[in-house]
Design a protein around this ligand. Structure first.
Ligand SMILES: C[S@@+](CC[C@H](N)C(=O)[O-])C[C@H]1O[C@@H](n2cnc3c(N)ncnc32)[C@H](O)[C@@H]1O
Length: 165
């Protein structure tokens, strides 16, 4: 059965600057609805979606057999604080997290670990989108905008974020 994305998830995925060939990391994917929506929106993109909950990943796997079989979607059970690229695995071009406390400022200590892992896993210049409660679609996410790269981001590397990074 196809699960259609909620308006919230559809809006967030529509705000991602997707391009063919991108490697995308979703953090805290839950049942995988946003990850599948990314594949729907852009051909030639591949997604690795992680969640620390084995139950969430089991649900995601159950609902994503077609996408997994296509080779474009992979799920991993791991917290972002522990996430590492596999040996020889290329870095990601884009990452996003929707309603994940380690990224949206609700859990600062976990957030520091998460950002360190992301600096190691994302390509320099990669795009990071975190929905920190204001509506994503209202934000200017262009690479050069002050919102996309707020104060504090520059000295942490070149990852652009929709929240201070
Ligand atoms: C509120 S749900 C949101 C699910 C989905 N992103 C959405 O927007 O509907 C948060 C999800 O993030 C996962 N999660 C929370 N903290 C995490 C972390 N530190 N690393 C990976 N996954 C995490 C939870 O297990 C849960 O599946």
């Amino acid at each position: 059965m196809t699960v259609h994305p909620s308006a919230r998830i559809a809006r967030a995925v529509a705000a991602l600057p997707l391009r063919p060939g991108m490697r995308v990391l979703e953090i805290g994917c839950g049942p995988g609805v946003a990850a599948r929506e990314v594949l729907q929106r852009m051909e030639g993109v591949t997604v690795v979606a992680i969640d620390r909950s084995a139950r969430s990943i089991a649900l995601a796997l159950r609902g994503s057999q077609k996408e997994i079989a296509s080779g474009r979607l992979e799920f991993r059970t791991v917290a972002i604080e522990d996430f590492e690229l596999k040996a020889g695995e290329p870095r990601f071009d884009l990452a996003f997290a929707l309603r994940v406390g380690a990224l949206d400022g609700r859990h600062p200590a976990a957030g520091r670990l998460a950002r360190q892992r992301l600096r190691e896993a994302l390509d320099p210049g990669a795009f990071l989108l975190v929905d920190d409660l204001p509506p994503v679609a209202a934000r200017d996410l262009s690479p050069d905008s002050a919102t996309a790269c707020p104060a504090g981001a520059a000295d942490e590397g070149t990852i652009r974020a929709s929240v201070p990074f």
